[in-house]
Design a protein around this ligand. Structure first.
Ligand code: ADP
Ligand code: MG
Length: 902
């Protein structure tokens, strides 16, 4: 492999197949594992250089460019100027701690963004040593044989050897917005990327069809690798809520600074001396700016994402953490989400009305097929069953094999289930497929609803086809009844299918026919399909997820409507929807055909259909998008699930796109969250966590803003009353950043409140600063401000107490009020005494730590010196505690009155 440099420049599109194999020392069987290992050592991993990270320095700078820091630096400089060097040291310490905390948070957020990227890593299907396996795409090397399927990302640059309707979206390379149709014919040299139609390029998306290709370039040698230097961009990992808060804080900062300057001028005119004014302005600004907020918010949101991850929901776009709570409609898939997607073929029904039961469960070949007399049957004894088994094996893209007593499978659930059925009939499908390789295939796509293959049988070409009953019947002109070809009665067959579907079976029809003339094609139009003979139906059972039923119930309580959108038969859909409680007896199932008759999707008739039901069946991917669109237009906030390529537009359009963990790369790329276990219940858990998260964000904001309001009221009242400043700048910093800072971060760990899924969804337009927030902030802030002012006034007017000692008491009272207020902030609705402490042990420690740190600081000379504090007597402490108690009482009354009102 001396030609690593030239390999990237080869004109692969102009090579013959044999030449590619020779050049890359490989074959259609793929490389051997050993050879692949050698090559990876030589070529390196198939990956692009990591995108540039935000540097630590940038993060630190970002932390420092903040109005609070400017104010603090000014205060520190002024302190030095008036000879209070220790204040300056303290202020710089605060700046340091604050920035370090913020930096740490921001850094963590960047890190968690890159762990998400890991989850998005793509897998490739590779043939090595003649066996197909799944590998992380990094491990691909030139010469590997790779299989492509709709929904996948192309993992490396490759030359295509086989294609079947392959269409690839390579717009990021070519700018061409429609998917490129691929083919395998040899092309001339020196063609542009867009013209190399027999190649697929790394990073492109397979929109349709299947293909097999041979890897020619990996990593930075690929086309995308060559341009990757330009496209590596860093994405901001900051949640939008935090960004909005930071902006909000900047705005209040500017407002407060402006206000303080005006007040300062007024005070100056009243004759106050300049340094006093300066410290007053600083004090006011420091109290009003909720410096601890971005950190606490980031903590709250990152806790929410961690909790969601524990419940199998991975958030891709942080907006969905905050918006999940507003979800009013969940539009769910049926297969895999509401059911476990473990299809098992259960019943074979022939046109002569004989039925055969298939035993067993799951993806294996264990069980028997028995007739109505209870006798087990084998293919060799029953021609009709043998024909269905043939179709099942040949119109199949899956694999099911047994090795060392263990079953391995890959592919579509229906296909694997049919292979299971064939084992149960005594067939070895692997053997059949190697002896009689199909010469052409029509892959399954959900718009088409069938799959087929062409096989050579006794010197003529037969097509074997399986798929949705209506679709298959469209091709059929005859039926095989007791071994004879007869005229077909389609209504009878549709009736049989409907009967099975009513029983909750998913039904596939089986047909076959001889092709008069056959030509291998990359794309088979319907006219390549001859008239077919219908052979029978197979019914599949896909067990329901029992948790889904509970979750549907939970959604009802939470004011969320659950609807099912499926490509399956209306009767199957209806039966399952009723079993899950999504629909009841009176619910009519709306089908894709009804939509087609209703007209354009913005017509009133279409909208009426959408509004009329909760179950949509035989819906095409386009109609799914239209349903979502109509719902959103009707003012709903819609979460939509999806897994296929065709779901991508609907996922994008949805307010919250929910991609399935087992879904295609494309779906995961556009979804705003990924449900790892595909389970409907996890989506509902995500909604619940979303509501918790939003509640916690409100709590965290409330605690800090209320304290800020209290401090402003105290300072303004004191100035108005002609009293000295009740708290010094360092003391205010201490309150805001240290004691309350600890508590606020601890509050972010608050568990969810009980009733979260019992109330209706929050309106997406509802602001965090709604009437409730403003009212509770004013009431609690006023309580705090007036009580502390009362004490300050009393101590200054009626006692001879030294000013510094009085401040010592005021500071202690403030800390205690904050301690109490945390408990108010734990719930906006329920009494503080009704929120169990064990739900947030961290908070209990946080409150003890805040109070503890303050008490300890009162004993330590160094801290005494900086904060101008000293120990208080036991009695004084109790008095101050008593003064702080109204903090709880007032808010209890507030909550009580509010509960009574609603
Ligand atoms: P769902 O919404 O339940 O996921 P799909 O769009 O996957 O529905 O399937 C729609 C219909 O297409 C099914 O009812 C079935 O008749 C048919 N079908 C599904 N999978 C296959 C397959 N692998 N081969 C042939 N037909 C299929
Ligand atoms: Mg499906």
């Amino acid at each position: 492999m001396e030609h690593q440099d030239t390999i990237a420049q080869e004109q692969w599109q102009s090579f013959r197949e044999e030449d590619i194999f020779r050049e890359l020392k490989t074959s259609a069987k793929g490389l051997s594992q050993d050879e692949a290992k050698n090559r990876i050592a030589f070529y390196g991993e198939n990956k692009l250089p990591e995108s540039k990270k935000v540097s630590l320095l940038q993060i630190i700078l970002h932390q420092l460019l903040n109005p609070l820091i400017f104010i603090l630096v000014a205060a520190a400089v002024a302190s030095v100027a008036i000879g209070e060097g220790k204040d300056a040291i303290f202020i710089f310490l605060v700046i340091f701690i604050n920035s370090a905390l913020g930096t740490y948070q921001e850094f963590n957020a960047e890190k968690s963004a890159s762990s998400l990227q890991k989850l998005m890593k793509i897998k490739a299907r590779v043939r090595r040593d003649s066996k197909e396996t799944e590998l992380p795409s990094e491990q691909l090397v030139p010469g590997d044989v790779v299989l492509l399927e709709s929904g996948m990302k192309v993992p490396a640059d490759m030359r295509l050897l086989e294609v079947s309707e392959l269409e690839v979206d390579e717009s990021f390379l070519t700018g061409e917005s429609i998917a490129a149709k691929k083919q395998v014919a040899i092309l001339k040299e020196s063609l542009g990327v867009a013209e190399r139609t027999n190649m697929a390029f790394a990073g492109a998306t397979v929109m349709k069809g299947r293909g097999v290709g041979i890897v020619v370039c990996t990593g930075i040698d690929t086309q995308v690798g060559k341009i990757s230097q330009d496209v590596t961009e860093s994405v901001s990992a900051k949640p939008p809520l935090v960004q909005r808060m930071e902006k909000f804080i900047k705005q209040i900062s500017i407002f407060i600074i402006a206000l303080s300057i005006i007040l300062g001028i007024v005070l100056r005119m009243q004759g106050m001396d300049f340094t006093a004014i300066f410290f007053f302005v600083v004090a006011l600004s420091v109290s009003a700016i909720p410096e601890g907020l971005p950190v606490a918010l980031t903590v709250a949101l990152s806790i929410a994402t961690t909790r969601m991850a524990k419940r199998n929901v991975i958030v891709r776009k942080l907006t969905s953490v905050e918006s999940l709570g507003s979800c009013t409609v969940i539009a769910s898939d049926k297969t895999g989400t509401l059911t476990v997607n473990e299809q098992t073929a259960k019943i074979i029904q022939l046109p002569n009305n004989s039925q055969y039961t298939i035993e067993g469960q799951g993806y294996n070949g264990e069980g028997k097929v028995i007739d109505s007399q209870g006798k087990s049957i084998e293919v060799s004894e029953n021609d009709a069953i043998a024909k269905i088994a043939r179709i099942a094996v040949f119109a199949n893209e899956g694999s099911l094999t047994k090795e060392n007593e263990k079953w391995f499978y890959h592919g579509d659930a229906m296909d694997v289930a049919l292979l299971g059925m064939s084992y149960k009939l005594g067939i070895d499908p692997e053997k059949w497929l190697t002896e009689e390789k199909p010469i052409g295939k029509i892959p399954y796509e959900s718009e088409r609803k069938f799959s087929a293959s062409f096989c050579n049988e006794n010197n003529s070409i037969f097509i074997n086809m399986k798929g949705a009953v209506e679709t298959i019947l469209d091709f059929c002109t005859s039926v095989c009844l007791n071994g004879q070809i007869k005229e077909i009665d389609k209504n009878k067959i549709l009736g049989d299918a409907e009967h099975l579907a009513k029983g909750g079976y998913r039904v596939l029809a089986f047909a076959s026919g001889e092709c008069k003339s056959y030509q291998k094609k990359e794309i088979y139009e319907n006219d390549a399909i001859p008239a077919l003979t219908f052979y029978g139906l197979v019914g599949f059972i896909d067990p329901l997820r029992h948790e889904a039923k509970i979750s549907v119930e939970q959604c009802r309580g939470a004011g969320i409507k659950v609807i099912m959108i499926t490509g399956d038969h209306p009767e199957t859909a209806g039966t399952i929807a009723r079993e899950l409680g999504i629909a009841d007896e009176s619910t009519q199932v709306v089908t894709g055909q009804m939509f087609a008759q209703a007209g354009a999707y913005d017509s009133p008739a279409f909208e009426k259909l959408v509004a009329s039901t909760a179950v949509f069946a035989r819906v095409s991917p386009t109609q799914k998008l239209e349903i979502v669109d109509v719902l959103i237009r009707r003012g709903e906030f819609v979460a939509v699930t999806g897994d296929g390529v065709n779901d991508a537009p609907a996922l994008k359009r949805a307010n919250i796109g929910v991609a399935m963990g087992s879904g295609t790369d494309v779906a995961k790329e556009v979804g705003s969250m990924i449900v790892v276990d595909d389970n409907f219940s996890s989506i509902v858990a995500g909604v619940e966590e979303g509501r918790f998260a939003f509640d916690n964000v409100r709590k965290v904001i409330y605690l800090l803003i209320a304290t800020g309001a209290g401090l402003i009221i105290l300072i303004l009242l004191s100035v108005l009353a002609g009293l000295p400043l009740p708290l010094l700048a360092v003391q205010l910093l201490w309150l805001n950043l240290v004691t309350n800072g600890i508590q606020d971060v601890a509050l972010a760990f608050e568990g969810g409140e009980q009733g979260a899924m019992k109330r209706p969804p929050r309106k997406p337009s509802e602001k965090i600063f709604n009437t409730l927030m403003i009212n509770q902030t004013i009431v609690s802030g006023a309580t705090m401000g007036f009580i502390t002012f009362g004490l300050w006034y009393y101590l200054n007017t009626y006692t001879q107490m030294d000013e510094t000692y009085a401040r010592n008491l005021i500071l202690l009272l403030m800390v205690l009020m904050q301690n109490f207020h945390v408990f108010n902030a734990r719930s906006e609705r329920v009494s503080a005494f009704k929120v169990p402490l064990k739900k947030n042990i961290i908070l209990a420690f946080g409150v003890l730590a805040a109070q503890g740190i303050h008490i300890i600081s009162m004993q330590i000379p160094f801290m005494q010196n900086i904060l101008r504090i000293e120990p208080v007597t036991y009695k004084e402490w109790l008095y101050v505690v008593a003064l702080a108690i109204p903090m709880i009482l007032v808010m209890e009354v507030f909550k009580y009155l509010r509960r009574k009102k609603t």
